[in-house]
Write a protein that binds this ligand. Sequence first.
Ligand code: SAM
Length: 232
Amino acid sequence: MTKTKIEKIVTGIPVIGVLAKGAVGLFRQVVFSETRYWESRYAGGGNSGAGSYGELAAFKADVVNTFVREERIRSVVEFGCGDGAQLLLSDYPAYTGLDVSRVALMRSMERFKDDPTKSFFLYDPDCFVDRHGTYKAELALSLDVLYHLVDDKVFQLYMVHLFSSAARFVVVYSSDTDESSLAVHVRHRRFSAWINDQLPHWQLRTKIANPFPFRGDLRTGSFADFYVYERT
Ligand SMILES: C[S@@+](CC[C@H](N)C(=O)[O-])C[C@H]1O[C@@H](n2cnc3c(N)ncnc32)[C@H](O)[C@@H]1O
């Protein structure tokens, strides 16, 4: 039985559902660290996830590559670039990839070691002050990252760093809901409400729906859609 089917059964039984959600929430608050989770996942041979392969990856690449071409974007920065599997499908003039996982970055650095258009750096949210725009680019990307930021402080720092690094546009590919999840590394959020509230100089320009919605199997569907924000 898949994890999501188990989730549906567990959350479908009211008392067990409430207890299970409470236990996952407590575990997230007390024990979970995004950086530790991703570092050990990559170190154990894992990858950036099903959304970075197959039809989902092709869809993501098509949307971002088309946007970069049509808007004549000259530079791209990505917060949470992963292991480079998705990036293999990209077509950007100049790219900077940041991630909290050293192992993921090592893989990306190896994959693109002969590509002079791509740079990679380790991102530590608590040690990041970029007053001179060292990491600034015309477009900042967040692909399949936001719903993995379970800690509120980590989420807020990430959003501030992401949007401050964008001179013109931010493209987010994420869920935008409050729905709870029993997976410890997934926390859905209404990030669009946070942006409306906290970042008045940014406006949603387009939403592009993902043609492969999640229907119980993360290998064939995703709960993320594209949200294109423009600096006003
Ligand atoms: C699902 S993968 C997506 C990778 C890539 N963006 C893609 O679309 O293939 C999520 C990535 O976010 C990274 N990540 C997790 N927490 C992060 C944070 N606070 N800041 C930046 N990246 C983070 C993970 O290390 C992981 O590489």
